[in-house]
Design a protein around this ligand. Structure first.
Ligand code: GLP
Length: 254
């Protein structure tokens, strides 16, 4: 792993992600980027959308890749990750190329084809990730193999509880299964950027960064990636804001 960078606030983290995106776009006019969902990403996407609307970032050449999704959803499911990303990122930035997971009918052939399409793009340049309260990345729950590929998974009770807020329709309930890029798939990206903000992520982020590299804490597995970076706010990093050490870039060993 390359480094952990700590910022005072989620807004500063958002600015750093947008800066990194600008660098990636300067290097490749048509980068392949995996985008996550979740509340952590809201300020990040707000910043990216603001820069795009003021002409500072042009994302129209981006080939977006879906990271995870509930199993069984289709184009009409309002609580789908795909709909969420469309609203918060894709539509306002004009990203029209978005490769989705075969969530409605995730047959083995469809899952293999999802990965083959990514390979046909030349692989992923940048995988942006959040972290779940139990250490999951995408929907790779604790115990997911380090070499896992895109597949159907059962969701943890805690993950389903955390996602209840999106399923507000009285008839809807959080699906029990999801389709996710595997950890092996994610770690094939040339660069990995994990974003963590808020005190509720402090304990799991500490475990992921300083505990054993283990399938029990899937986020810890990114430490084996030579170009993985974690961007955290002071709260998630367990530091006080404006602590002079909070602005340092720490080097972490795998
Ligand atoms: C969700 C998604 C992840 C996301 C994570 C964190 O369940 N499957 O892709 O990174 O949990 O979400 P939040 O940012 O809302 O805490």
């Amino acid at each position: 792993m390359k480094s952990l960078r700590i910022f005072d606030t989620p807004t500063e983290v958002a600015g750093a992600v947008a800066d990194r995106l600008a660098e990636v776009l300067a290097q490749h006019p048509r980068p392949v980027i995996t985008f996550p969902t979740g509340s952590t990403m809201l300020p990040v996407y707000r910043e990216i959308v603001a820069r795009s609307q003021t002409g500072q970032l042009d994302l129209r050449g981006v080939q977006g890749i879906q990271l995870d999704e509930y199993a069984g959803v289709d184009d009409h499911t309002e609580a789908s990750f795909r709909a969420w990303l469309h609203e918060h990122l894709l539509a306002p930035t004009g990203i029209t190329a978005f490769h989705t997971l075969p969530a409605h009918d995730p047959t083995p052939a469809a899952l293999a084809s999802y990965e083959q399409v990514i390979a046909s793009y030349g692989g992923v340049d940048l995988a942006i990730l959040g972290i779940g309260g139990n250490g999951h990345i995408a929907f790779n729950e604790p115990g997911s193999p380090a070499d896992s590929r895109t597949r159907v998974v059962e969701l943890d009770r805690r993950t389903r509880q955390a996602n209840e807020r999106y399923w507000t329709d009285s008839d809807a309930f959080v699906p029990t299964r999801a389709v996710t890029q595997g950890i092996g798939t994610i770690l094939e990206a040339r660069e990995v950027l994990l974003i963590a903000t808020g005190a509720e992520k402090a304990e799991i982020l500490h475990e992921a960064l300083h505990g054993p590299v283990s399938e029990h804490v899937p986020a810890s597995l990114i430490r084996s990636h030579p170009h993985a970076e974690v961007l955290a706010d002071a709260a998630a990093a367990g530091r006080q804001p404006s602590d002079s050490s909070a602005r340092e870039s720490d080097r972490l060993s795998a």
